[in-house]
Design a protein around this ligand. Structure first.
Ligand SMILES: [Zn+2]
Length: 368
């Protein structure tokens, strides 16, 4: 019974029930322990570790969760087990093993909840606003290679496509078509939606055809790190002249309040940069570098770590004897587990486990 309670508490931790309901269940079980004799008489199944017990406990959990909801609704704190009052290991050791073990379990439940909350806030989806510059009647820079408003929308959409269904990054746009939202409107959108980051996409232009290269702008101090990380990624993808990270008071990065940057991927007027900006392979590489930069800045994985997805693979398999299925075996992570006793029985053997002497006895039918 004792071990069973511990494993129940552990399973509560594992399954992430709130502490109060875990404590409430423990409290209930403690009460049951006091009236063990009576319970044994009326609920004998509670003292066996079998499916009925599990079902009973499951029902208790449902009851407790409902109770907790009702109490919360009424603005009351759920009844907690007395063990929650124990604050140090010293006082815990003064209690019997039963209590101190629960202190440990409850503490770890508390820690688990804390770390879950921390992870949730840390790993909550980051919302970014993409601002493809210009649009509509404002084409931006124009050269023989193309229009800035077309390039920036294409690139921004390529980056957003990389984040489709992403666990941690969510993208919205100031414009998704050939329209011109005012700069004030672009800022207002980002502020209203309380996005975590803002990226304005642009391409440069100069009357000097020799001017070329990649540069990244920020305006406010809280955007510097974002600009630096993004520039590091983008310049290595464009492989164009590195014009560095610069500051400028462009309206969209100045008047917004979240980390905001403005990218000048390359010079549309340059005979080096210009053709590249409209090259799909170049665009794909730059889009990927922007996505990776965003993930580095926000500290989230671009691709889910493979390790996180690896779970124990459990699979059943058939055990055939003379082409007839006789038993079921289990594959756990590629390792097979077969019910030895049953199998030996089918083969005309008997298996006995002598627990006292730690001997596994196998003998043929009728020998003993
Ligand atoms: Zn521009």
């Amino acid at each position: 019974m004792y071990d069973f309670l511990i494993s129940l508490a552990e399973s509560l931790v594992k399954h992430g029930f709130s502490i109060s309901s875990a404590a409430a269940i423990i409290f209930l079980v403690l009460k049951q322990r006091k009236t063990k004799k009576r319970l044994k008489k009326y609920l004998p199944f509670l003292f066996q570790d079998d499916s009925e017990v599990k079902e009973y406990i499951h029902n208790q959990q449902v009851i407790m969760r409902n109770q907790e909801m009702i109490l919360k609704e009424m603005g009351l704190e759920p009844c907690l087990a007395p063990t929650l009052e124990i604050n140090s290991m010293e006082s815990a050791t003064n209690l019997n093993r039963f209590y101190s073990s629960f202190w440990g379990t409850i503490t770890s439940a508390r820690d688990a909840k804390k770390s879950t909350e921390w992870r949730n806030s840390k790993m909550a989806k980051k919302k970014l606003k993409f601002d493809p510059g210009h649009g509509g009647t404002d084409p931006g820079a124009i050269s023989a290679y193309g229009k800035e408003k077309v390039f920036v929308l294409m690139l921004a959409q390529k980056v957003a496509a990389l984040f489709k269904g992403h666990k941690y990054i969510e993208i919205s746009f100031t414009r998704t078509g050939d329209t011109y939202p005012s700069l004030t409107d672009r800022v207002a959108q980002a502020e209203r939606e309380k996005v975590d980051g803002f990226i304005s996409f642009h391409a440069n232009s100069a009357s000097d055809p020799a001017a070329n290269g990649t540069e990244t702008y920020y305006s406010r101090a809280n955007s510097k790190a974002f600009a630096e990380i993004m520039h590091k990624h983008i310049k290595s993808a464009t492989k164009l002249r590195d014009r560095g990270v610069k500051t400028a008071n462009f309206q969209v990065i100045k008047q917004t309040t979240m980390p905001a940057i403005l990218l000048e991927i390359g010079f549309i007027s340059s005979h080096i940069d210009g053709p590249l900006l409209f090259d799909p392979t170049f665009q794909d590489a730059v889009a990927l570098s922007i996505a990776e930069g965003i993930c580095e800045y926000y500290g989230v994985p671009y691709k889910e770590e493979a390790a996180e997805e690896v779970k124990k693979k459990v699979m059943e398999f058939k055990i055939n004897l003379d082409n007839k299925k006789v038993e079921q075996g289990v594959l756990i992570d590629g390792r097979s587990y077969v019910p030895a006793t049953m199998l030996q029985h089918h083969l005309g053997h008997r298996i006995f486990w002598d627990n006292q002497n730690k001997i596994l006895d196998i003998y043929k039918d009728g020998e003993k």
